[in-house]
Design a protein around this ligand. Structure first.
Ligand code: DOR
Length: 427
């Protein structure tokens, strides 16, 4: 007899960190209660032909609330995330005001409470992300913040970054760096190279990222602090991170779908939808990022979901803000563009990021009885066409408009409840 309120995800291929098997998954009261064949329950989600996986975890989402609700809210961002297969997202701190105090962390967590995806908060490293004074990391850590970053900007001051790392080590938290040297990037709007020269758009050299990666690896050695590199985009950065990991330093890294699929040549139409920081780079950089995802140097795919209201992205290239939507396309881009086993793709989208932000007790867990039921069901063969206007986001700035992708989320289950069914949001 099925339990009252029970749910079965039926007929799928379970893929998690432990491997792969054909199995039905029964969920009761937010937890997986049985995994096996021929199972039934009160409600059924059809997973025929699908992969049943731990929910995805995005450690790099710009949700714009508080302050820029015309571009996104926690709720709309989380709805897009659920549609993209995510059961957890980490809000970036470049809001207005910045997430640099316990009060703003509380506000973001409260806004996330009713959302169709767990919303965790990062905290800023410096007050107002201004790069001058350390933010009260301890009071934010006391609320569960495990990742501190000034994302949108890198911490420029070497001494301040050293102190932040020493402080973070003591708190047992991770610092995440947006690697860009302002002095080298200043006034640049795209990658400095062949295309910036042809288009007459001032560029940002690869070295602007690489100098900060180099510095932070040195500071990780000095302080012992864990450092996570956000949205790595150059072959040089990748090589340094690979060497740092080989030498035993506590270094992790993420790559975005746009940095493993697009190059600076996309900017040739002067369309600001292709403007992003760090900028789209060369084909050799794209290959290096893909190589790093393949060999595990980069263990995490993060979206850098960066909604911008249409009127801002319609400004001329040099005036438009940088950033691209990501939550509803990341999984399909990874499945379509990366020549990797599905389990490795899911590792980079689910259990590796869950561990990196300290939510591995709730998300990314093996699909086994007793574990929390945070799951996504993916049709790996379904093809679909990207349309910004069809997304849950308040913004439409996807650089993949019109692109046909393979791999679609059929259902998402959060704490045992279906929040997406047959590709449709349930709340
Ligand atoms: O392109 C970007 N946009 N890069 C960032 O680091 C920040 C983001 C944003 O907030 O729009």
């Amino acid at each position: 007899m099925a339990d009252a309120g029970s749910l079965v995800i039926k007929g799928g291929q379970v893929v998690d960190a432990t491997g792969e098997r054909t199995a039905d998954v029964v969920v009761v009261d937010g937890r997986i209660t049985a995994v096996g064949t021929g199972l039934s329950a009160d409600r059924t989600l059809d997973a025929t032909g699908c992969i049943v996986a731990p929910g995805l975890v995005d450690i790099h989402s710009h949700l714009r609330e508080p302050g820029k609700e015309e571009a996104e809210t926690v709720e709309t961002g989380a709805r897009g995330a659920a549609l993209g297969g995510y059961t957890a997202i980490l809000a970036m701190p470049n809001t207005t005001p910045a997430i640099d105090s316990a009060a703003v962390v509380q506000q973001v967590l409260e806004l996330g409470r009713p959302a169709p995806c767990d919303v965790f908060s990062s905290g800023a490293i410096t007050v107002g992300r201004g790069g001058e004074q350390l933010a009260p990391m301890a009071e934010m850590a006391a609320l569960g913040v495990r990742i501190f970053t000034d994302d949108g900007a890198g911490v420029q001051d070497n001494g301040l970054m050293r102190r932040a790392m020493e402080y973070a080590s003591g708190l047992g938290v991770t610092l995440a760096q947006h690697c860009e040297d302002d002095a080298l990037c200043g006034g640049g709007h795209m990658h400095e190279g062949e295309w910036s020269a042809r288009l007459g758009i001032p560029g940002q050299p690869a070295e602007a990222e690489e100098l900060m990666v180099m510095r932070d690896i040195a500071l990780a050695r000095l302080t012992g602090c864990r450092i996570h590199f956000q949205h790595l985009s150059t072959a040089g950065s990748v090589a340094m991170v690979r060497a740092a990991i080989a030498s035993g330093l506590p270094v992790t890294a993420e790559a975005t779908p746009h940095h493993f699929t697009l190059t600076h040549a996309e900017c040739q139409g002067y369309d600001p939808v292709f403007k992003v920081n760090p900028p789209l780079r060369t084909a050799a950089d794209v290959d290096a990022v893909k190589g790093a995802l393949a060999d595990g140097t980069i263990g995490i795919i993060a979206t850098d979901h960066a909604p911008h209201a249409p009127e801002t992205k319609e400004l001329p290239f040099d005036q438009a803000p940088p950033g691209m939507l990501g939550l509803e396309t990341a999984l399909a881009l990874a499945l379509t563009e990366l020549d990797l086993p599905v389990q490795q793709v899911l590792a980079a989208l689910s259990w590796n990021p869950a561990a990196a932000i300290g939510v591995g007790d709730l998300h990314g867990l093996p699909v086994e009885a007793g574990n929390p039921a945070n799951l996504c069901v993916i049709d790996p063969e379904a093809t679909w066409t990207v349309r910004g206007s069809a997304m849950a986001s308040r913004s439409t700035n996807t650089p993949f408009e019109g692109r046909e992708l393979r791999g679609k989320v059929r259902h998402t289950v959060l704490h045992g409840e279906p929040v997406v069914v047959a590709g449709e949001p349930q709340r």
